[in-house]
Design a protein. Structure first.
Length: 318
């Protein structure tokens, strides 16, 4: 994909397959993320409730071709900001969705209680904004589900070609999505992600990653960040890998391309290289890249959340 391609927004609520949709976007070559910079979004929203997407949040959106993050993003504002964009509304059986939400929210609350941190991140704010209450209420949640669905249908009533409804749990997949996006139909199973356990694990890894970057003192220094948008790291010193003009450019086209760009980034001044759990596979697929970092970098941290290399100023990166 290129930055001139129309953007695609997933506007379904959480637990409708938004994470699976993100994986599908990536397989089609889109620079896609399942996250938004919630701290910036909330801060800007509190300044002006009429503007959900402030300057910093829009700058984040510009980095991607597709976003599907499960908040049922305000599609009216997105349509005004990106008038040529397309929208995918993920849905599922309302009763099954409500049951999934209830068990998921209970698991989140239990985890927050064990950690003593209260609601995780921006969950409390997002819940109140979408559903009208911070804690799960089946009536409010069911009403929000119907309201989001009906509002999306009504908004795109006169432009149905810009909206796709996708029920992944019922079997919708590549045929509908690829046809809608004018892409060749992908063979094989449609991605499935975001079961309750994996979502809680992602929350844990995100928190751990932020703590790791803070503890190592990386956040204020220039560093290369390979995270495919999963890490939810919002700092001006991070250079996405690979990227063009500061925008994440999808997965490396080849091992040679990965090595060439990594060398350029490090010679240009990056002091550290961070691979998050979402891109550990880079180091297996692009073996020459892994060899370069072992040869011209010093591994200072390795954990479930990330691997961090300190760039050595000699040899390849001199």
């Amino acid at each position: 994909m290129t930055t001139t391609s129309p953007k695609v927004f997933g506007v379904g609520l959480g637990r409708t397959g938004t994470a699976s949709l993100t994986l599908a976007f990536r397989k089609l070559g889109y620079r896609a993320t399942h996250f938004l910079p919630y701290a910036d979004l909330i801060e800007e929203f509190l300044v002006d409730e009429k503007v959900f997407f402030g300057p910093r949040t829009r700058a984040f959106i510009e980095k991607f071709d597709a976003i599907s993050n499960g908040t049922g993003m305000p599609f009216q504002q997105l349509d005004r900001l990106y008038p040529d964009s397309r929208f995918v509304l993920t849905l599922r059986d309302p009763d099954r969705w409500l049951s999934s939400q209830e068990s998921f929210r209970a698991a989140l609350a239990e985890r927050a209680a064990r950690s003593g941190t209260g609601q995780i991140g921006a969950t409390s704010f997002i819940n109140k904004w979408i559903y009208g209450e911070e804690v799960f209420d089946p009536v409010l949640w069911a009403n929000a589900f119907e309201r989001q669905r009906d509002n999306v249908f009504e908004y795109f009533r006169d432009t149905p070609e810009r909206l796709l409804t996708l029920d992944i749990a019922a079997g919708d997949g590549w045929a509908k999505l690829c046809t809608f996006l004018d892409q060749p139909i992908v063979e094989g199973p449609f991605p499935h992600s975001n079961d309750q356990g994996s979502v809680l694990e992602d929350f844990r890894l995100q928190e751990t990653l932020r703590n790791t970057i803070s503890r190592l003192g990386i956040g204020s220094r220039p560093f290369v960040l390979a995270d495919m948008g999963y890490g939810d790291i919002n700092t001006s010193t991070a250079v996405p890998f690979p990227s063009r003009n500061g925008i994440w450019w999808g997965n490396p086209e080849s091992a040679d391309a990965a090595v060439r760009e990594m060398r350029q980034r490090c010679i240009a001044g990056a002091e550290f290289v961070v691979f998050t759990w979402a891109t550990f596979w880079y180091l297996d697929k692009y073996r020459e890249l892994a060899d370069l970092l072992r040869r011209a970098g010093h591994e200072i941290y390795s954990g479930a959340d990330c691997v961090v290399y300190k760039v050595l100023r000699d040899g390849d990166f001199a």
